[in-house]
Design a protein around this ligand. Structure first.
Ligand code: GLC
Length: 536
């Protein structure tokens, strides 16, 4: 059994996990100091968002040097220590690789700016002349808002699908390919167990850079089946790159993995990224976006499992990450409404109790599904989105590039609480925190939940233990027919049931409840509750 097929992988967002030096920004020694928490929680691996030298124009997703650690996060030796200490606790380590773009402060980009149009230096990026009318080379918009082209002093333009500080690389250039193969080896040699590949569906652009007039909805894929495929996403040429990378990883001992961050739909196109000679996993964002109804949940689960099975890849499941509204808040929004890019103080506020109740039910459903599951730091505490952040505190480039129209992703990136009564809720030794923490983080701090029966933290811990004991991550699922408002399936003699409907659902006679997202009395499963039960 390959470890990654059923692994529970915990996302650490280093800026906001644990701060060792009190500057208000989390760091790698902070992560090391809290590894015992992850071991106690019972996850299999840690994925770290970028910690490389960066001007932080996009919280580190603008990398200036792929082979070092930014001083705000520590030193290279701290990364080595983290890998060793994680391995000592049987935790695998996955790092983030950002190949679609570099930072504008990368040496290559500085060289490109200094060189002439048509030069070898410029060819590592996507520089073009503007249109005859003086406008940019095409109509593309940045995912973060505004145009996707910025003009340089000599009149040429460069492409950035994200921030101005994130120029897109030219993946037709062999030097770019060679460089990233070398970067992979650099981290593989240091012992990492894999890479989460940022914007994996964006590296190759349609050669003619054809105009595209539909909106570049923030971080969504190419839309639904039958819709035209945008010229910047999910081009067939990306697959050759990942086949080469796979060969490199396979040359190393241990089972090192590649995970695609690809906002690609439908599931069959996403499955192409995890064919046997390509990546190992791809984030299942269709699942994250599924609405809170039994019908939608059942159909996305079915589709995802079928698409994965067709290429013999495990399905992945994810509810939250550093780019989306935390599911403890998102699931309280009107069912079926489009997923917002952040929630502001002036927006209708999600009902916190409802959100937490559904989040606990959703997590318990997710952790019972066969495949690999991702847990975003703090969801094991039931943390909500910070929905009333003051605008002065905001740092997401989306906020600036849309002129405040989209508040962006800061609300899910707030430093997490460890101790209710400590400064910065135990995030660090001082009261500094790069984004202000909401007061509810005190009540939800780890030390308020550890050892408390029924707390979200203990629910996750029990779920992870039972998941392992019952082999849920690699079991085959069979659907249990029943009421339309209920999702129910069985692996061996374990029944998993989520009730989405207004009326209580009934467990079969003799079922013994092993775990439930809320207290259940007798055989009745209330609304918005998931139960794991042993069948007679
Ligand atoms: C990915 C990251 C996101 C980042 C973007 C550009 O979607 O998850 O945080 O802003 O890529 O690198």
């Amino acid at each position: 059994m390959k470890w990654w097929r059923d692994a529970v992988i915990y996302q650490v967002y280093p800026r906001s996990f644990a701060d060792s030096d009190g500057d208000g920004i989390g760091d790698l020694p902070g992560v090391v100091s809290r590894l015992d928490h992850l071991a106690e929680l019972g996850v299999d691996a840690v994925w770290l968002s970028p910690f490389y030298p960066s001007p932080q124009a996009d919280a580190g997703y603008d990398v200036a040097d792929y082979r070092d650690v930014d001083p705000i996060f520590g030193r290279l030796a701290d990364a080595d220590k983290l890998i060793t200490e994680a391995h000592a606790r049987r935790l695998r380590v996955i790092v983030d690789l950002v190949p679609n773009h570099t930072s504008s402060r990368h040496v290559w980009f500085a060289a490109a700016l200094a060189a002439a149009p048509g030069s070898r230096e410029r060819d590592r990026y996507i520089f073009r002349d503007g249109k005859a009318d003086g406008g940019p080379p095409n109509s593309w918009q940045s995912v973060f808002g505004g145009g996707a082209w910025t003009q340089v002093a000599d009149g040429q333009w460069y492409l950035h699908l994200f921030d101005t500080g994130q120029p897109d690389l030219n993946w037709d250039n062999p030097e770019v390919r060679a460089e990233f193969e070398d970067i992979l080896r650099f981290w593989l040699d240091r012992g990492v167990d894999g890479f989460r590949v940022d914007v994996a569906h964006g590296l190759v652009k349609q050669a003619d850079l054809a105009d595209w007039h539909l909106p570049m909805v923030p971080l969504t894929g190419p839309g639904t089946e039958g819709a035209p495929r945008p010229p910047m996403w999910d081009q067939d040429g990306v697959h050759e790159i990942y086949r080469r990378w796979r060969k490199i990883l396979d040359g190393y001992e241990g089972e090192r993995i590649l995970v695609a961050e690809a906002w690609v739909q439908p599931a069959e196109r996403l499955a192409a990224y995890v064919r046997p000679d390509e990546m190992h996993q791809a984030f299942n964002f269709e699942y994250l976006e599924a609405s809170w109804t039994a019908a939608d949940q059942r159909s996305v689960i079915e589709r995802s499992l079928a698409a994965g099975a067709a290429v013999d890849a495990p399905t992945t499941w994810v509810l939250s990450n550093h780019d989306v509204v935390r599911h403890a808040s998102r699931l309280a929004l009107p069912v079926g409404a489009p997923r917002p890019n952040g929630i502001a103080a002036g927006d209708p506020q999600p009902d916190a109790a409802l959100g937490l109740r559904r989040a606990r039910a959703a997590s318990l459903l997710m952790l019972a599904l066969p495949g690999s599951a991702y847990v975003y730091q703090g969801e094991e505490l039931g943390l909500p989105e910070h929905t009333t952040l003051p605008n002065e505190a905001r740092q997401d480039p989306t906020w600036f590039r849309t002129g405040g129209e989209s508040v962006g992703r800061d609300g899910c990136r707030v430093p997490i609480p460890w101790e209710a009564d400590a400064p910065s809720y135990g995030f660090g030794p001082s009261d500094k925190s790069w984004l202000p923490q909401p007061p509810v983080f005190g009540e939800l701090a780890l030390d308020r939940q550890r050892g408390v029966p029924g707390s979200t933290y203990e629910l996750y811990r029990s779920a992870l233990r039972l998941r392992r004991e019952h082999g849920l991550g690699y079991g085959a699922l069979s659907w249990v027919p029943g009421a339309a408002d209920v999702v129910a399936f069985q692996t061996d003699n374990l029944l998993v049931l989520t009730n989405f409907g207004p009326n209580p659902a009934e467990l079969p006679a003799g079922a013994e409840v092993l775990l439930a997202s809320e207290p259940v009395a007798g055989r009745e499963v209330p609304t918005d509750v998931t139960v794991w039960a042993r069948l007679p």
